[in-house]
Design a protein around this ligand. Structure first.
Ligand SMILES: [Zn+2]
Ligand SMILES: [Zn+2]
Length: 309
């Protein structure tokens, strides 16, 4: 395949899809050496016993920790409710008491509990009228910005909406007014039939976006138009958990770092909820920094084929 410049209406981004010869989708990259549980703050006694902001109890207790998931305050927050100059909240979701277990290795029910935890915290944080934006994300591996190996995700809520989110929402609104339909609703229908489809079921569609900026980038999107994660039904949540697991297992098999995130602009009730999985293999260099054009060396069609394999 020759290089191809692609763009995306909502994100207003330009990507040069440039698959390299010999750079097969199954190239394996070395990952960082895991830190032992002895140095891990999440494995220490105070945290293991701490009450937490929110906890999912472990029903099978026999000699195991009493919890499955625990939400704690971020120890090094950049925004906080006490700071009027940078208002917000930062929490850490410890996804399992076990030190070396990745989300892809957890049972489906456990992954559902992780998403239910996001729902509970989204509800709680959005009760604070000063909060305008909630971002829930996971960094896994060094290149994705993770500083700890123990499986965890983070919640970042701010008192203002980041400008690029406003821009994205405005573009979505313009599309709705011009076409009388949600951009993402049409996207889901279109991608499900095309070469970028990964998996789909009665509730969700997973695909690689046409103008993917990350190698193996994947989106999981509900068929139903939902504003945010709190509106998912039990069945949709189950579908989200199983699709996330399948995709992450394939990313793990490539041994590359990844981020995933979902977010919500509290002030907009017309967003289309989705989970974005962003594997981080390529390092952005001069072209990306200077021109803001992004070079993606794995075509989204190849990435989708890899996920389906
Ligand atoms: Zn640990
Ligand atoms: Zn929609």
């Amino acid at each position: 395949m020759h290089s191809e410049i692609r763009t995306d209406l909502i994100h207003d981004r330009f990507v040069i899809i440039a698959p390299k010869r010999g750079n097969r989708p199954h190239d394996v990259q070395p990952t960082e050496v895991p830190v032992s549980s002895r140095e891990c703050p999440f494995c220490q006694d105070p945290l293991m016993r701490a009450k937490g902001i929110y906890t999912v109890a472990n029903p099978a207790r026999k000699g195991k920790p009493s919890w499955l998931i625990k939400v704690i305050k971020n120890k090094f927050p950049v925004v906080s409710p006490a700071n009027p100059h940078a208002y917000g909240a930062q929490e850490v979701v410890v996804e399992t008491p076990e030190h070396n277990v990745e989300i892809g290795e957890l049972p489906d029910a456990h992954i559902m509990h992780i998403f239910e935890t996001y729902i509970a915290r989204t509800r709680a944080l959005s009760r604070d009228k000063k909060i305008k934006y909630i971002l829930i994300f996971k960094n896994h591996g060094g290149k994705a910005g993770a500083s700890l190996v123990h499986a965890h995700s983070q919640i970042f809520a701010t008192g203002f909406l980041p400008p690029h989110i406003i821009d994205k929402l405005t573009k979505g609104q313009e599309y709705r007014i011009a076409h009388g339909e949600c951009y993402y609703d049409e996207l889901v229908k279109r991608e499900e039939k095309g070469p970028r489809r990964i998996f789909s079921d009665a509730h969700m569609v997973a695909f690689t976006p046409y103008a993917s900026i990350y190698n193996y980038e994947a989106w999981i999107m509900p068929r139903r138009h939902l504003d945010n994660i709190t509106q998912l039904t039990h069945e949709e949540l189950h579908s989200l958990a199983t699709l996330t697991k399948r995709i992450i297992r394939k990313v793990n098999a490539l041994q590359i770092s990844y981020n995933f995130y979902l977010h919500q602009a509290i002030t907009d009730k017309e967003e289309h909820f989705y989970l974005r999985i962003a594997p981080r293999r390529d390092i952005w260099a001069g072209i990306e920094l200077g021109s803001r054009l992004i070079i993606n060396t794995v075509s989204p069609e190849d990435a989708a084929r890899y996920y389906r394999s």
